[in-house]
Design a protein around this ligand. Structure first.
Ligand SMILES: *[C@@H]1O[C@H](CO)[C@@H](O)[C@H](O)[C@H]1NC(C)=O
Ligand SMILES: *[C@@H]1O[C@H](CO)[C@@H](O)[C@H](O)[C@H]1NC(C)=O
Ligand SMILES: *[C@@H]1O[C@H](CO)[C@@H](O)[C@H](O)[C@H]1NC(C)=O
Ligand SMILES: *[C@@H]1O[C@H](CO)[C@@H](O)[C@H](O)[C@H]1NC(C)=O
Length: 389
């Protein structure tokens, strides 16, 4: 109902505006942005089977062949972060209209601090999909935290055996994402895989790991450390946490960061890497007061010179799930926005296809939402960027 109402409001507006839009920007042949929710599906519902108590931590990506892969953690016995899990995956070969039944990639049995998602990154050169995750992140009833990866070379149908990246990176608690890694499209360091995440709560900060050979070898790149580093934190300390990088059209990497202890504001931290993820200089750090945030993992996506952002847009609570967009590489945000769910909502991830004119009109969002609690369901939302036209 809301959708129809929106559409009828937008149609007359678009008819007037579109000519003006293309006149303003000759490079774009699409009309003005007016994102519209066109399809929604509950991909996972918590608490309906005996095997899984809670589904959390949504990740979504397109594959090089144009399929969609959606992932999440299936927490077996409770909603806790420290809970036995498996990694659930669903696949769609028709751009999200229908989905495969759930299958799983890895299962940690009864281990309470076993698997932790994670980042999915697509390597267009190697035509592979890589999932980077952690085992024993919290070092709770286990000793060594390790960063691991599995890889699919057949469009997400099957996965390699796990590889232990801590053998190359050293042993340190590092939780990738949650969200998407990037493959650099532009210089500097074209084709590089960049996966960013955060450390333990004490040794927190944003850290990126890099691979210049399609995931065969990895090394540590940029770090933006918390203050005081490796010491217990208190309210309002500087504590960069979960993050989502995107590559901008100038080849720099913008990293949108959860401001865990609400240093400076109840809003997002943003930092930029100018050297392909080697460094995150403090000179490039700012606080985006327009992106109010309750301290959560948010979604960000760059597409054809525009930047999209999703989070529960509220200073204290995880409610009011909202999509926003920027025409200035995240320096400012358009006044218009699209509220996708007024109630409880949490983590989110976004992807898009660029292969054909029709595909390029959409973005695809996977997010946590519920009626009483944000972890009740994981929802897939398809958004038409140009008002359904
Ligand atoms: C991963 O490698 C590190 C370093 O060699 C080792 O300490 C750790 O036990 C390994 N983890 C797993 C899960 O095999
Ligand atoms: C939802 O978020 C938007 C963007 O920050 C804000 O303008 C709006 O007031 C919020 N609505 C509620 C009910 O919090
Ligand atoms: C689509 O994305 C791929 C990978 O990032 C890139 O190589 C290609 O040039 C893009 N195509 C268009 C039409 O933008
Ligand atoms: C799942 O069920 C348990 C036990 O009935 C309940 O405590 C919990 O709130 C439920 N979780 C969700 C997400 O509905």
């Amino acid at each position: 109902m809301g959708i129809l109402a929106n559409l009828s409001l937008l149609l007359p507006f678009l008819q007037v505006c579109c000519g003006v839009g293309s006149h303003f920007n000759k490079k774009q042949y699409f009309p003005l942005l007016s994102p519209l929710l066109v399809e929604e599906q509950l991909l996972w519902v918590s608490n309906v089977t005996a095997e899984v108590n809670t589904f959390r931590i949504p990740l979504i990506t397109f594959t090089p062949k144009g399929s969609l892969l959606a992932f999440c953690e299936a927490r077996k016995f409770s909603y806790n972060d420290m809970e036995a899990k498996f990694f659930a995956v669903k696949r769609s070969v028709d751009k999200g209209s229908t989905w495969s039944p759930m299958s799983f990639i890895l299962d940690d049995g009864p281990q309470v601090d076993g698997l932790n998602l994670g980042v999915v990154v697509v390597d267009e050169k190697a035509q592979s999909v890589i999932l980077v995750y952690t085992v024993c992140f919290h070092q709770y009833k286990c000793i060594t935290s390790s960063v691991m990866m599995v890889e699919s070379l057949d469009d997400g149908l099957s996965w390699s055996r796990p590889r232990n990246l801590s053998e190359q990176l050293g042993v340190k608690s590092f939780a990738p994402g949650p969200g998407l890694g990037i493959q650099k499209r532009l210089p500097p360091h074209q084709d590089r895989l960049v996966v960013c995440g955060h450390g333990t709560l004490k040794g927190d900060g944003v850290f990126c790991i890099l691979s210049d050979d399609s995931g065969k070898t990895w090394r540590n790149g940029a770090a933006l450390k918390s203050i005081p580093y490796n010491q217990p934190k208190q309210a309002l300390d500087f504590n960069p946490d979960e993050c989502q990088p995107v590559e901008l059209s100038d080849g720099s990497i913008l990293v949108n960061v959860r401001n865990q202890n609400q240093y400076h504001c109840h809003c997002r931290m943003v930092v930029r890497s100018l050297d392909g993820g080697e460094t995150l200089p403090v000179e490039e750090l700012f606080f985006d007061k327009n992106l109010i945030d309750p301290a959560v993992a948010a979604g960000m996506l760059e597409k054809e010179g525009r930047v999209y952002f999703t989070n529960p847009a509220h200073p204290e609570k995880r409610v009011n799930f909202t999509l926003r967009w920027s025409l200035t590489n995240g320096k400012s945000w358009e006044k218009d926005m699209l509220q996708l769910w007024p109630g409880p909502s949490g983590y989110s991830c976004m992807t898009t296809l660029n292969s054909s004119t029709e595909d390029r009109k959409f973005i695809f969002i996977l997010y946590e939402r519920g009626k009483r609690d944000s972890v009740e369901t994981v929802v897939f939302a398809k958004v038409h960027l140009y008002g359904g036209l």
